[in-house]
Design a protein around this ligand. Structure first.
Ligand SMILES: [Mn+2]
Length: 426
């Protein structure tokens, strides 16, 4: 049975793809075997572009669309269920046409240009320009979330909130990063998650400054920052949340750092309105974070000019956020016709586009003491006068603070989907 939300979604795709005449094929992709040649594969995830148009996850599936046929032009090809799949996996018959029919479908349309999205589709040779145009149009349709997507996101957020609610009781000196990961993830799953949307990050003490840290056996020490960045996934829809706590009593410096990040985050969230340019929200947050560091005596000078000199990137070396939803990096990227900003501090920005109603974006400022950046001689020379290096050297083991929420952009003002997850430091 075709999911109820699919016709309207496909209609939006038809309108966005018009007036292009190219055929569209979208591959789900195949399971990837483990390197040792056993019958095991990596966990399968169909390509997000396929899931969006197919409404299902089917290994080897292909969605095809011929714009000359309008709404009737959509076809869903699936591989027939094999006996082995029935025996080993309990597979049921799949809905759709036998994928063997794809060759005839393409053959009947010989000479037409083909846009290939998702994973590669055997028998379909992609026209580069048609594919690029289709991908842009497709991303634009994916960005504003429909009601079905917001429902799944809400369930992912609820499971995520349940996991984060465990942290205050769990964060104690002696608990390991790994234990925190296990408890948070188990709670996600008990609360309805299929799995985690990405690798859970738990960093204690100096590890809190490693942006994508994998939880280790390190035990939390009294006074450590403990940074947890994790999200539950429900039917491929993902929440992406970060909180930073302190095990025990925070120092004044830790409180100030956390407050600076929270202040910058609240202001950035307020700026998430339709039409706002993401790059400007990022830069304004960089100024706010920098002002916080100036007030703490870590940086010296005017926040705006420090950001122009890129001094903020010593402590805030990543982008402010990204779109989230169907995967942890939903259809982010560049608006039509834009190229990547070459400024070093903007290179890692995951998107450059104006926000619009229905987008769900993460807002995740952070301030970190990262030895790999702060002990680099050329950076120290370049920012010799802008940084209080004595104060920095005293905090090289401190770690860092990141706060991340998922924000729905609405005409009436931003709605923080993850507002129920507390931000208290201790
Ligand atoms: Mn994120």
């Amino acid at each position: 049975m075709t999911p109820a939300y699919l016709p309207a979604r496909r209609k939006r795709l038809e309108a966005a793809l018009a007036p292009a005449d190219a055929l569209l094929v979208i591959g789900a992709g195949d399971p990837v075997p483990l390197p040792e040649g056993s019958d095991q594969t990596y966990p399968y995830r169909a390509h997000a572009e396929y899931v969006f148009a197919a409404g299902l996850e089917c290994p080897g599936g292909v969605v095809a669309y011929d714009p000359r046929e309008g709404a009737a032009g959509w076809r869903s090809f699936v591989p027939p269920v094999t006996e082995a799949e029935r025996v080993w996996c309990g597979a049921h018959p799949r809905e759709g046409e036998d994928v063997a029919g794809l060759a005839a479908w393409l053959g009947a349309r010989k000479g037409r240009k083909i846009a290939v999205l998702g994973a590669a589709v055997s028998g379909a040779t992609a026209d580069a320009a048609a594919t690029e145009a289709a991908r842009l149009a497709y991303a634009e349709v994916r960005r504003p979330k429909d009601a079905h997507e917001l429902d799944l996101l809400g369930r992912a957020v609820a499971a995520t909130a349940a996991g984060f609610a465990r942290l205050p009781e769990l964060i104690r000196p002696g608990v390991t990063e790994r234990t925190l990961q296990i408890e948070v993830e188990a709670t996600f799953q008990r609360a309805g998650a299929d799995r985690t949307g990405y690798g859970t990050i738990v960093g204690a003490g100096p590890n809190a400054a490693v942006l994508h840290f994998e939880p280790s056996a390190r035990a939390v020490a009294p006074g450590d920052f403990v940074l947890v960045d994790a999200g539950a996934e429900v039917q491929r829809y993902v929440a992406d949340v970060t909180r930073t706590h302190v095990a025990g009593t925070p120092t004044g410096f830790q409180r100030d750092l956390h407050a600076a990040v929270q202040h910058a985050q609240e202001r950035a969230i307020a700026r998430c309105v339709p039409g706002a340019e993401w790059k400007q929200i990022h830069l304004a947050a960089a100024v706010d974070l920098t002002a916080g560091l100036v007030a703490m005596g870590v940086l010296r000078g005017q926040p705006e000019s420090l950001v122009e000199q890129e001094a903020h990137a010593l402590f805030f070396p990543h982008g402010l956020g990204h779109l989230v939803g169907l995967g942890v990096r939903d259809a982010s990227g560049l608006a039509r016709g834009r190229t990547r900003d070459p400024r070093p501090s903007l290179r890692s920005l995951r998107m450059d586009l104006p926000l619009a109603e229905g987008f769900v974006v993460t807002v995740e400022p952070g301030l970190y003491f990262i030895p790999a950046l702060l002990q680099d001689p050329s950076r120290r020379e370049r920012h010799r006068d802008a940084v209080n290096w004595t104060l920095v050297d005293a905090h090289l083991e401190l770690g860092g603070v990141r706060l991340e929420d998922d924000v729905l952009v609405r005409a009436g003002g931003p709605e923080v989907l993850t507002a129920g997850i507390p931000k208290s430091l201790a």
